[in-house]
Design a protein around this ligand. Sequence first.
Ligand code: ATP
Length: 361
Amino acid sequence: MAKYKIGVLYGDGIGPEITKATVEVLTAAAERYKNTELEFVDLPMGWVGIEEHGDPMPQYTKDALKETHGWIMGPHDSAAYPAEHKANRNPSGELRHSFDLYSNVRPAKTMPGIESVAGEADLVIFRENTEGYYCDRNMFVGVGEWHVTPDVVISSGVFTRQAIERIAHEAFRMAMKRRKKVTIVHKANVIKLGMGLFLNVCREVAQQYPEVTVDDYHIDAMAAHLVRRIKDFDVIVTENMYGDILSDLTGELVGSLGLAPSINTNDNLAMAQAAHGSAPDIAGKNIANPMGIMFSTVMFLDWLSARHDDPEVFQLARHMESSIMATVAEGICTRDLGGSASTNEFAAAIVERTKRTYQEV
Ligand code: ATP
């Protein structure tokens, strides 16, 4: 019997709704797998963290996460926190930084039953997760921005060979399992040193993968190419902020930001986290699409299965994934995808399908 301890951080805005739906679906799917035991540990984050521990990412939560095999992280609404909490890294930035979760993997794939405005697509973005233009990640102490005069601010971007090498290797290893094609996205024509290093180190790493075809685009041109010909791209590697922006674009292009998944990983831990934010405009209305965090959880199960060499968890991932996709293909989905199901109704339909298809898996 393999036991896995999984942290659950519900977060803010739509976080509690979509995270609860995800845990329900995962619990239902896991019932079938008798050699796998999942223990969920609920931990405070966001507004709950502020209320209970005076911190949106309490030390209590970070300590407890060290004892887990990984965790499911809901979104947070850090823009709304009191001023004293805005000075620090936001909760997910803090976890990515303190656990060194350097690889943010963000796939975008067309699915049956979901209209894609850009046509067929199946790509994966590898976003460097620990430095780059997200300057709150860039300092050992403090935040990498300086308020020089009331009207002058300097915001840093940091690029290091070590961080670029490891994300590039992740991207190329994935490319070897896919279409053997990597696109490097940068802006080395303007940001000559920082983005120049990013581009050059990625090209150096590429030498170790001679079977992989490599091309590169400036970030602005890449946005246009994705809209025009998304199907031509397979694995994309880029810095932190560019990856964040491009993955919102690709998520929306293949159907909805609400279904864009991601995981944040290093060699020992993984954090499942939807690419979207806390969507305060629709919070508490029971209309949010939970597919982003559900598919992130499927990615987490795949990672768990590979990390612990556990084929049953791989089966569990396929079962959860196919139950979600089959439910959508039946026409049951939330309103962002043109359906009429509430978050709860959608989750209940997936749970029902999960149980019904036990025999078929
Ligand atoms: P952050 O900076 O925290 O990532 P954001 O500014 O990118 O957040 P989101 O919270 O992702 O913004 O919301 C962007 C838009 O997408 C909003 O209109 C929101 O309602 C919608 N949206 C985001 N997530 C979902 C979801 N799961 N289901 C339906 N709509 C969503």
